[in-house]
Design a protein around this ligand. Structure first.
Ligand code: GLN
Length: 477
């Protein structure tokens, strides 16, 4: 992305009266119009509302008002965030035609900062997946190679940024759904500390894991967007009361003396050799920039995948009970209420969502609860303890984001386990609730982007972004 198309520079130009927001938004809409047929990053483009919002921003600037740090900047939202009066599908037939009566807190904060929502992006149904192929409306494609997946579940948001349609997008990350598509599309994707960004108005998948976060072309833009959306919200009972750290002010601090740990368990089996080589090169680059690098063990991380695929489906089976044909979207009529609910859910949910509901219901059922759900929760605690021990020795951890570069469409759709393996590197910090970011770092043997993941202790987003900025600065071009 060239200097004058970053969110920071666009907002500066609009606030200073050098560019009109209307012109910025028209350029963005034209790019989507020209390019999205090949990618299917968007499910809905809100062109008219975007034009009206941009005109209002221009009027405010003309009147001497400051519309905020994202004045006139186009932003795309993953279609599991509620937008008042605008279809919110979660990539599912069961929500087709449903328009939320309110905006998610992040949507309100974007508007208050002057950003312009241009549309809703494609995703795996209810954010369950790693390739966007589980969308009921057809897959998205990777702008770097359209025969490949963009990753998922926030694949539409990652593709929209990678294609240059928008400088900013929001995704949601439950087990890796911001970071993995960011890595596969060659953009920056950040999962904040659990509780840092309000979940109010995010359609729930697994409530103890879900977090909204930025997908952007640069680390500086991710920092800017993070500062806008983060902060306490009384509408989310798990929202953190702490003030938002000024991550943007520390991007140029450098990594002199920063203690960096390469996670031993995430560099071996299951990680493609070219991805492991890039990750080690990233560690070398940080060392070169003054960081102190060592290998650090997080032994329980290897159990993350197993624990996640019990906890996340368990929570999903409960959260998705609300889609019953009565309250939202689709209803398939039948003689009795019970038959109506069964018919609606049978028709409305796709195969992966049904699989998760069944897995979760089983894991929570009397007689199996202790063996599955209860055990998974204890493993989750072990992982958090291992991270805490690692963070006694180092300030941040480094690992691959995804075990491979972007794979061809259709490659893993017949094998759920192969698809689940995509999240092996991102799930551990989802379970511990700690922040993490994926930064592009060169390409694999196939010429496709590799993402390197930085992880940090809860609330340590300043160090996280510092390390990310240093990685970005030293990444091979
Ligand atoms: N791919 C993982 C899953 O299918 C993670 C999804 C996510 O983070 N929303 O559950």
């Amino acid at each position: 992305m060239s200097e004058n198309t970053t969110a920071a520079s666009l907002a500066a130009a609009v606030r200073g009266g050098d560019r009109s927001a209307v012109e910025v938004v028209e350029e963005c809409l034209a790019a989507i119009d020209a390019g999205d047929r090949a990618l299917h990053a968007f499910l809905t483009v809100t062109a008219e509302a975007a034009r009206a919002a941009a005109a209002e921003i221009d009027q405010r600037v003309a009147a001497g008002d400051d519309p905020g740090p994202l004045a006139g900047v186009p932003v795309a939202l993953k279609d599991n965030m509620c937008t008042r009066g605008v279809a919110t599908t979660c990539g599912s037939r069961i929500l087709e035609g449903w328009c939320p009566p309110y905006d998610a807190t992040v949507v309100e904060r974007l508007a208050a900062a002057g950003a312009i929502v241009v549309g809703k992006t494609n995703l795996d149904e209810f954010a369950m997946g790693s390739s966007t192929e589980n969308s009921a409306f057809g897959p998205s494609r990777n702008p770097r190679d359209t025969s490949r997946v963009p990753g998922g579940s926030s694949g539409g948001s990652a593709a929209a940024v990678a294609a240059g349609f928008v400088p900013l997008a929001l995704g949601s990350d439950t087990g890796g759904s911001i970071r993995q598509p960011a890595a596969l599309c060659g953009v920056v994707g950040m999962k904040p500390t659990y509780g840092r960004v309000s979940r109010s108005g995010l359609v729930a998948f697994a409530s103890s894991l879900d977090q909204i976060g930025p997908l952007t072309a640069t680390v500086a833009d991710a920092a800017l967007l993070f500062e806008v959306i983060a902060g306490h919200d009384p509408l989310d009972s798990t929202s953190i009361p702490e003030p938002v750290p000024e991550v943007g002010a520390h991007l140029d601090d450098g990594v002199e003396g920063l203690r960096v740990g390469l996670v031993t368990e995430l560099l071996g089996e299951g990680i493609a050799p070219d991805v492991a080589v890039r990750t080690r090169a990233a560690a070398d680059a940080l060392e070169e920039a003054g960081a102190k690098v060592e290998e650090v063990a997080v032994p329980a991380a290897v159990y993350g995948l197993s624990a996640y695929y019990l906890i996340a489906p368990a929570e999903a089976s409960s959260n998705l009970a609300r889609f019953d044909g009565v309250r939202y979207g689709l209803r398939v009529d039948a003689p009795t209420t019970q038959e109506m609910m069964v018919a609606t859910r049978t028709k409305g949910f796709g195969p992966e969502v049904k699989r998760r509901i069944m897995l979760g219901t089983y894991a929570l059922s009397a007689g199996y609860y202790d063996a599955y759900y209860g055990k998974a929760q204890r493993v989750r605690t072990l992982i958090a303890d291992d991270f805490a021990a690692a963070y006694e020795r180092v300030d941040v951890l480094l690992a691959p984001t995804s075990p491979t570069t972007a794979f061809p469409l259709g490659d893993k759709t017949a094998d759920p386990m192969a698809m689940y393996m995509n999240d092996v590197c991102t799930i551990p910090s989802s379970l511990s609730g700690d922040p993490a970011v994926s930064v592009p770092f060169g390409t694999g043997d196939d010429g496709l982007p590799v993402g390197v993941q930085v992880m940090a202790p809860a609330l340590a987003e300043i160090d996280l972004f510092r390390a990310a900025a240093a990685l970005e600065a030293s990444a091979p071009r």
